[in-house]
Design a protein around this ligand. Structure first.
Ligand code: ATP
Ligand code: MG
Length: 581
């Protein structure tokens, strides 16, 4: 059922071990996981790890996975983000875990799960606002929640700190009747923002500050992107999350490590309400951190809003959108996200590990093409007539076949493949030197033509006309082989060459502002000369311009105007490092 490359092994980790045990014990009727993004930005590569973990578990244990918008905050969330998140998740799991994704019917607020299709949409925490409210009333009636009139600053002060116990709010002992009445008035919109909150009545002296009467509801007179203007009180994350999990029948609620201190609250809420059993439990793993990027949506948003990148899908961004646009495939991103593994220890992953996964994937699938990024004219002075050469489409895939490329009197080669005062180890073209043109002849540089400014503008060369494949000198060896295109046949393409967005591996080291270490050379645009077959380049296809890099067609392309993004260069520093150890 899976298209996953054989290189991606089925992983095991402490969370999967727990799930496996629960399956063996028959603890749950079925395994149900969820991926619960807050729709306040686009997904990034860290989310890819969480998506692969949650969908991966569902897939491996015969379960299902919900995509749920964790949308309890009305003021920061937008429909644009809901749509992009949904699309990115489906892109990332396509061909791998589509069959475990579950949705709900549009407008259904009861968490009945169905397969995605027409008339369906992701789950929304905001669909449970009524039920969450009713549960809050149940907590009040049980004497386990109260309306508090402390200001936000007072609430913080009363809460204390980990080494200093909190003090009870003066409103903690309100009667149940008064609490019910006040909560109803909060809901009816009688009080301004921040005037009152609903708090759980747990333990102001708990060593875990999250148990010191945490806020459950606050007043926010704001419309909600999904729930409309039905509400002016909104539940807080900790309260809404565990109950949303319970309402959806989630078995394993997997989140990142910083939530481990919240787990006691997750458990307290579910243990103090009449929720269905067996209830969900929370498990934490270490988030992905990657060198040469910032990871939080807030910081990525800053890059977008301040125009430091062209948008959320700028190919230099480590958003799923950016990686997609750059030409990374879902297979490569999954191989990376699964390959980094799941642990309890925070660490920093080298971006080279991601780059390695991208190269492995593209090496298998990319069509080989000839393209010259910075052209230098070569004239073959002894070529009697154009010659047809056969080029291999993909050495990793025999079925990809070959194609004809025209070899003509005037060619383009890469400017950096010629050097006038070349050192002895320069095995490309130099005055008087020989080089093989890939799939074609060995040529010798006879003359260097310069313009008035002394710049090299043309090389006049002779070809060994017997040195092409099939010719008597086909086996003749020269040290270097370079790529080329026929000047007569080549077409222009805009090529966007990306480098890392930051000059430092940890852009925020020692609290530095990441905007001070932006790489001013992270984008270079060139007009390349590429072989004519690329006029039919397709967005779904991947290309290797031989000897250079992997490329993908950009969405800015139009008929007659090709735009390519360099996904990644061929050079693999990581593979070399990996071989050393
Ligand atoms: P951000 O700080 O980027 O906004 P977040 O955790 O607030 O991240 P959410 O939308 O709440 O973003 O995240 C959805 C899910 O993705 C959560 O379960 C969260 O734990 C997980 N997640 C977020 N960042 C990472 C990461 N770097 N590595 C692994 N999982 C992550
Ligand atoms: Mg968040």
């Amino acid at each position: 059922m899976s298209n996953e490359p054989a290189a991606t092994p089925t992983p095991s980790d402490f969370i999967r071990d727990i799930v496996a045990q629960h399956v063996a014990d028959g603890k749950y009727a079925g395994i149900v996981t969820r991926f619960p993004p807050e729709p306040n930005g686009y997904l990034h590569i860290g989310h890819a790890k969480s998506i692969c973990l949650n969908f991966g578990i569902a897939r491996e244990f015969g379960g299902v996975c919900h995509l749920r918008m964790d949308d309890t905050n009305p003021t920061k969330e937008e429909v644009e983000y809901v749509d992009s998140i949904t699309d990115d998740v489906r892109w990332l799991i396509s061909g791998w875990a589509d069959h475990v994704l579950r949705y709900k019917r549009v407008g259904d607020t009861t968490a009945q799960r169905v397969e995605p299709g027409e008339g369906t949409e992701p789950f929304y925490a905001s669909d449970y606002f009524q039920q969450l409210h009713d549960y809050a009333v149940a907590l009040i009636k049980a004497g386990k929640a109260y309306v508090c009139d402390l200001t936000p600053a007072q609430t913080d002060e009363y809460r204390g700190s980990p080494d200093k116990p909190g003090r009870p709010s003066p409103f903690r002992e309100r009667s149940i009747e008064e609490n019910i009445a006040l909560f109803a008035r909060m809901k009816a919109g009688e009080f301004p923002d921040g005037a009152r909150t609903l708090r759980a009545r747990i333990d102001m002296t708990s060593p875990n500050v999250w148990l010191r009467d945490p806020l459950l509801y606050r007043i926010r007179h704001a419309a909600h992107h999904h729930a409309g203007d039905a509400w002016c009180i909104y539940p807080l994350y900790d309260y809404a999350h565990c109950l949303s999990d319970s309402i959806e029948g989630i078995s394993h609620s997997v989140c990142t490590l910083e939530f481990d201190v919240h787990r006691a609250l997750y458990d307290w809420i579910l243990e103090n309400l009449p929720v269905p059993q067996p209830r969900p439990h929370q498990y934490e793993f270490a988030r992905l951190n990657l060198t040469y990027t910032v990871m939080s949506k807030r910081k990525l948003m800053q890059l977008v809003k301040e125009g430091l990148v062209s948008g959320w899908d700028d190919p230099r961004m480590f958003t799923i959108r950016g990686l997609r646009r750059r030409g990374v495939t879902p297979e490569a991103l999954r191989a990376f996200a699964i390959g980094v593994g799941v642990t309890k220890f925070n660490s920093l992953t080298e971006v080279a590990v991601l780059e390695h996964a991208i190269r492995e994937d593209l090496n298998q699938r990319a069509l080989r093409r000839l393209g010259v990024l910075r052209p230098l004219k070569v004239v073959i002075t002894n070529l009697p007539a154009p010659v047809t050469c056969q080029a291999t489409n993909n050495p990793s895939d025999e079925t990809a076949g070959t194609r004809d490329v025209a070899f003509t009197r005037e060619l383009w080669i890469e400017r950096e493949d010629f050097m006038e005062d070349a050192p002895p180890k320069f095995f490309r073209l130099k005055p008087g030197g020989e080089v093989r043109l890939k799939y074609a002849f060995i040529i010798k540089c006879d003359e260097v033509v310069k313009d008035a400014a002394g710049e090299v503008v043309e090389l006049r060369c002779t070809a060994d006309l017997d040195s092409k494949s099939g010719g008597p000198n086909a086996g003749r060896k020269v040290k270097g082989t370079i790529h080329w295109v026929s000047a007569e046949h080549a077409i222009d393409a805009e090529v966007r060459l990306y480098d890392r967005l930051f000059t430092e591996a940890d852009p925020e080291e020692d609290g530095r502002d990441f905007k001070t270490v932006i790489n001013p050379h992270s984008l270079e645009v060139v007009t390349a000369k590429v072989e004519p077959s690329l006029a039919d380049a397709k967005p779904a296809e991947r290309y290797q311009f031989e000897r250079l890099a992997y490329f993908a067609l950009d969405k800015d392309s139009q008929p007659g105007r090709l735009v390519f993004n360099r996904t990644i260069t061929l050079k693999d520093a990581w593979a070399k490092e990996a071989k050393k150890v």
